[in-house]
Ligand binder design. Structure first.
Ligand SMILES: NC(=O)c1ccc[n+]([C@@H]2O[C@H](COP(=O)([O-])OP(=O)(O)OC[C@H]3O[C@@H](n4cnc5c(N)ncnc54)[C@H](OP(=O)(O)O)[C@@H]3O)[C@@H](O)[C@H]2O)c1
Length: 300
């Protein structure tokens, strides 16, 4: 089968499409014929070697952590699914014609494989950090970096849980944030004042998704560093804020989001879909940091 691989850390040009052995599903896993796979910032961070201390890779390495497709092999101990079922979920080396998923949910009929391909990492991350930052129904949550994959999922999962969000993005994306259910505002100087005007009663907690050096300001806005959590800024603990880097089991979160999609309350729009042979362009666009919603690669 064809798979994206790289033999050394480097720029997008190290990405190759190669013939490799089909992966076999282990206990608790399924193999899918991949229809589409999601691009996440971690894909180009790993490829460039930025993460080699935190997550060293055995080279040559594959790429990709989420996908949507059709089950074609089932590992030991898996129940509730059959060969031929359409699913989306989390796995490793999903940028390939076939991939192993560790966690998955049934793909709703009305959801395309292209959109579903971008669901799993964003949903797992969003559900985890809403939980870990400790915000409850009826409270307000500030989301710094709200228009990308994770931020879009946070806004909608928070709304479904009765949590109000204020999200930061550049002005042209404010209508998009509003459509997902957030009160939008711009990032940059004066954030505290803008948030105070939008939420005079204050915000209970804040998430730093963009990793843009705003932790001290988020601590000042919430008034308590333990109610600030970052997924992208390693300096956060210096200010007493939390970080979250370890994925948690996401089967329920994926199924819940699929049900929200069916109810018309969840979507992760695909900004751009690339064919597999343009994987390098997909990495480059993701690395520019301006994606609205998700980028995906169509494969099958
Ligand atoms: N720790 C974890 O478990 C974990 C999990 C998933 C992702 N992450 C990390 O979280 C980050 C976000 O991931 P993602 O998938 O959401 O990325 P993404 O989809 O590429 O996010 C792009 C968005 O970020 C916004 N943005 C850029 N600079 C900003 C700023 N200064 N303030 C506010 N928004 C800004 C952009 O909006 P504008 O164009 O309007 O600026 C754009 O819409 C990445 O660094 C990723 O590696 C960590």
């Amino acid at each position: 089968m064809k798979a994206v691989r790289f033999h050394s850390y480097g720029g997008p040009e190290v990405l190759k499409i190669e013939e490799v052995e089909m992966p076999e599903p282990g206990p608790g896993q399924v193999r899918i014929a991949v229809k589409a796979a999601g691009i996440n910032p971690i894909d180009w961070k790993l490829r460039a070697g930025y993460m080699h201390e935190m997550m060293p890779l055995a080279l040559p390495a594959g790429s990709g952590f989420d996908a949507s497709g059709v089950i074609d092999a089932i590992g030991e101990g898996v129940s509730g699914v059959s060969v031929g079922d359409a699913v989306f979920g989390k796995g490793h080396h999903t940028m390939a014609e076939y991939a192993i998923l560790q966690e998955w949910a049934a793909k709703p009929d009305g959801l395309s494989h292209e959109e579903a391909a971008g669901f799993a990492v964003a949903i797992e991350t969003a559900a985890r950090i809403i939980d870990q930052v400790g915000v409850k129904p009826g409270q307000a949550l500030l989301v710094s970096g709200a228009a990308g994959g994770v931020g879009s999922a946070v806004i909608q999962l928070a709304k479904a849980a009765g949590i109000r969000t204020i999200g930061t993005a550049s002005e042209p994306k404010h209508a998009y944030l509003r459509s997902l259910g957030a009160l939008p505002t711009t990032y940059g100087p004066g954030l505290s004042e803008r948030v105070a005007a939008l939420a005079p009663e204050g915000v209970h907690a804040a998430l730093d998704i963009a990793g843009s050096g705003v932790i001290p300001e988020l601590v000042a806005i919430t008034g308590d560093p333990s109610r600030v959590l970052s997924i992208a800024d390693l300096s956060a603990p210096q200010y007493g804020a939390k970080t979250s880097f370890e994925p948690t089991e996401s089967t329920k979160a994926l199924a819940d989001a699929a049900a929200l999609f069916t109810a018309g309350s969840f979507t992760l729009p695909v900004e751009k879909a690339f064919p597999l042979d343009r994987i390098a362009d997909a990495h480059e666009l993701s690395a520019q940091g301006r994606v609205t919603g998700r980028l995906i690669v169509t494969i099958g």
